[in-house]
Design a binder for this molecule. Structure first.
Ligand code: AMP
Ligand code: ZN
Length: 491
């Protein structure tokens, strides 16, 4: 009897041991819903259902938008490294919604189509392709992300709006169907907005007949020259912006999901409206963890159309910086901290990333790419799992790989984990450095040739003197395994 009992206990213990090997590690996130840092517990053990608001594809995504997707990629990488399976969706908004959060104004897809003398469909295809290319350039693995287009889910958006109408959460006005925010008791709960509900609505132009300023359009009747319009129970028209995310999440991930991310500009209106639509229908918690990134600003200014201060990833690359310099620049700040863009800051990030790549090449050789655990690695994992503290994680990485305290194998182990979380190509640095051949100015190329001549004839003093000249001209030369690597010098 006792023996049986003991063997049962042993079996339970063994099973626990197995589970502890496969059970994901603990990760903490700040949840906008509660305003607190919380232990992350998904609805289904081991699986994370994760949605991020995607771009409106009427032009290229600017680097502020890209901060939002590096942030969501960092969430996904951290969860995957902690042992979770992550199912991801980023929607592509290819239906023309209004410029701004309101229900009135210019239709973005029509603006894009007019600008480029083509159709909204052509504009959507062009800029969806560019968006995915941008993500690829930033080392975001797009093969595991589903990118549904809003125009492919019109039926589902209509069905959801219809259910809301049938359940008494919507009313008809001359120009379309509106959500009645006063019928949904928890309206504005995200970001603690309940008390300032009216204020949130105040910014939105008041439509005649609207029962409350915060009420928003679910389906808009078509105007005669609308380029995009579909049949619906309310006549020809097009869907409101917020219904798109609610309908696609419901169709692709279900009624209850684990994480929803986006920029903090979407908290007040867009995400509160998504919650209202989804929870009014399901009666269940729509999203368990809301996560928002702070804004990227241009110096002290907000990125805005009227100031014309947009920067695109293509410009970063054209200036000779590797696109991952932008990713490194983002990771230097915590995602909940506003970050100010400057070309000097990108040059600094580029210089640091190149030095990191050079050190990594050396460690790869010394360690023969064999890794060993270390206390530095444990500290790295702990700060990443504590609400994605990327600045601290980079600090630990730098201190440890430069320190004599760790063996090459321990350093390589840390680099592998850092790569899994940060996605900076740390274990496979690009061989060409940040500058492509074509981007190196001729006078620098001439100096490089002279330095190579000096090096080959073992005149190292002369080679170093030329290296100094190159640096004073704003460039940096390092000798990689495939020859000299030229980068921009840190400013
Ligand atoms: P949008 O196409 O405007 O919906 O933007 C796509 C994503 O980028 C959303 O999650 C926005 O909240 C986010 N976003 C827009 N501008 C910025 C910015 N300057 N900094 C950080 N995130 C931004
Ligand atoms: Zn959304």
């Amino acid at each position: 009897m006792i023996k049986n009992h003991m063997s049962l206990l042993a079996r339970i213990f063994d099973k626990r041991k197995d589970e502890s090997i496969t059970r994901p590690s603990r990760v903490f996130f700040v949840n906008t819903l509660s305003g607190n840092k919380e232990l992350f517990v998904p609805q289904k053990p081991g699986l994370v259902l994760f949605y991020s608001c995607g771009p409106t594809v009427y032009g290229p995504a600017h680097i502020g938008n890209l901060r939002s997707y590096v942030f969501s990629d960092t969430i996904a990488r951290t969860l995957i490294a902690a042992g979770y399976r992550v199912q991801r969706v980023i929607n592509i908004t290819d239906v023309g919604h209004m410029v701004g959060d309101g229900d009135r104004g210019e239709d973005k897809m029509a603006v894009g189509a007019a600008r480029e003398h083509t159709t909204p469909e052509e504009i959507a295809t062009r800029y969806t392709k560019l968006f995915i290319e941008n993500l690829d350039d930033l080392n975001i693995d797009t093969t595991d992300i589903h990118f549904p287009r809003a125009t492919e889910y019109i039926k589902e958006q209509i069905a959801l709006a219809k259910t809301l109408e049938e359940k008494g959460f919507a009313y008809l006005l001359a120009d379309g169907l509106y959500f009645d925010t006063q019928k949904f008791s928890g309206y504005g709960k995200l970001g603690g907005l309940s008390g300032v509900r009216l204020e949130a609505g105040k910014r939105v132009e008041m439509v005649k007949g609207k029962r409350h300023p915060a009420d928003f359009v679910l389906w808009r009747n078509a105007k005669p020259n609308d380029l995009q319009q579909w049949d619906s129970p309310w006549g020809r028209g097009n869907p409101g912006w917020h219904i798109e995310c609610s309908a696609m999440i419901r169709s692709l991930l279900g009624q209850e999901i684990d994480i929803h991310s986006g920029g903090e500009d979407h908290i007040a209106i867009h995400h509160n409206n998504e919650i209202a639509q989804s929870e009014a229908v399901s009666g269940r918690t729509f999203v368990h963890y809301w996560m928002h990134n702070a804004f990227l600003t241009m110096g002290s200014e907000k990125i805005s159309k009227s100031l014309g201060n947009f920067v695109y990833l293509s410009e970063v690359i054209e200036k000779g910086f590797h696109p991952l310099s932008l990713r490194y620049f983002f990771l230097q700040a915590h995602y909940r901290t506003p970050l100010s863009f400057s070309w000097d800051a990108i040059a600094g990030a580029s210089g640091a990333l190149n030095r990191l790549w050079n050190i990594s090449r050396e460690i790869a050789e010394e360690s023969k790419r064999t890794s060993a655990p270390s206390e530095a690695r444990d500290r790295f994992l702990a700060v990443m799992r504590d609400d994605l503290a990327t600045p601290q994680a980079l600090g630990i990485l730098w201190d440890s790989i430069k320190s004599e305290e760790y063996s090459p194998e321990e350093k390589w182990g840390l680099l592998e984990d850092a790569e899994a979380h940060l996605g900076l190509k740390l274990t496979a640095p690009p061989g060409t450095g940040t500058l492509r051949e074509a981007d190196i100015p001729t006078d620098i190329k001439d100096m490089l040739s002279l330095r190579e001549v000096a090096r080959v004839s073992k005149d190292f003093k002369e080679a170093d003197r030329i290296r100094g000249d190159i640096e004073r001209s704003g460039y940096r030369v390092d000798d990689g395994p495939d020859g000299p690597v030229v980068t921009r010098a840190t400013l």
